[in-house]
Design a protein around this ligand. Structure first.
Ligand SMILES: Nc1ncnc2c1ncn2[C@@H]1O[C@H](COP(=O)(O)OP(=O)(O)OP(=O)(O)O)[C@@H](O)[C@H]1O
Ligand SMILES: [Mg+2]
Length: 253
């Protein structure tokens, strides 16, 4: 079983889009998938129109009342299950602290959940380093870092690489990671230049696949769909399938 955290402290780089489409692609291959929305913005939860009225029905309850994750999981046709977010997640560190019991709670909760509901877990993280994203990294076997194909994002990617390295002594293991270029425009030379620069920094941790800037990817969430359901023949669908195959071939799923 694999738990993959999709993280970058830069916003708008394609974390939620990648969680949605990787999850859908995996489910189409027959793997049960659990999507975990660890972002108080609850974008993933909103795409599925599953925003809980009360924080008690969201991942917040894991922290507030140690509620087992199976009681929070919502069935998500075409995916498997969704553990929904709520805006109250923003308060987790101020209410419950930043100690090991808070930081390890998601990991322990997911381990118990996976005993009952085996499958691949994909965690959509929020765009900052804090208790929520650290909890996701602690729970993950692999961290996938979407990097949008522009120069400012390159700097952000270096910061994430540095932050993950600095966590390794705490976790007493290498944090397995993959960087994936998103919003890649094949018609512009800038994209290739950014790819070469990122490769120079992260080497073999850069995925060979790139995710193109693609209108089907951009439009599908507004319809409550993933790119495969919306336009299976699109470049975006091809790219997410290629990413899935690359990660599978690397033994990550
Ligand atoms: N490959 C793509 N082609 C076109 N549009 C894209 C692509 N990837 C993402 N987008 C669009 O970019 C915007 C940001 O994407 P997304 O919400 O996935 O980023 P994020 O990293 O999760 O953002 P946040 O940090 O706010 O959570 C969305 O409008 C999304 O539809
Ligand atoms: Mg997001």
């Amino acid at each position: 079983m694999t738990c993959l955290a999709i993280f970058n402290c830069k916003g708008g780089v394609g974390k939620t889009t990648t969680a949605l489409n990787l999850g859908a692609g995996l489910a189409r291959r027959g793997a049960p998938v659990c999507l975990v929305d660890m972002d108080p913005q609850a974008h993933l939860t909103r795409i599925f129109d599953k925003l809980p009225r009360s924080a008690d029905s969201s991942l917040f309850a894991l922290y507030a009342a140690s509620v087992p994750l199976r009681t929070l999981a919502l069935e998500q046709p075409g995916i498997g299950s969704l553990l929904p977010a709520h805006g109250q997640l923003m308060k987790v560190d101020s209410l419950f602290g930043k100690g090991p019991s808070t930081l390890n709670r998601l990991k322990l909760g997911l381990e118990a959940y996976q005993m009952e509901m085996p499958g691949i877990v994909l965690i959509d993280c929020c765009p900052y380093v804090g208790v929520l994203s650290l909890s996701a990294i602690f729970a993950a076997d692999v961290v996938l870092i979407p990097v949008s194909s522009d120069y400012l994002s390159l700097q952000g990617a270096q910061q994430v690489n540095h932050a993950l390295k600095s966590l390794e002594p705490v976790l007493k293991r290498r944090v397995e990671r993959r960087f994936i270029l998103t919003r890649f425009d094949r018609r512009r030379r800038m994209g290739e230049d950014i790819r070469a620069k990122l490769q120079a920094v992260v080497g073999a941790d850069l995925c060979r696949t790139v995710i193109s800037e693609n209108v089907a990817i951009a439009a599908s969430p507004s319809l409550g769909k993933d790119v495969f359901a919306h336009q299976p023949g699109s470049r975006g669908a091809e790219d997410y399938l290629a990413l899935l195959e690359e990660l599978s071939a690397d033994g990550l799923f």
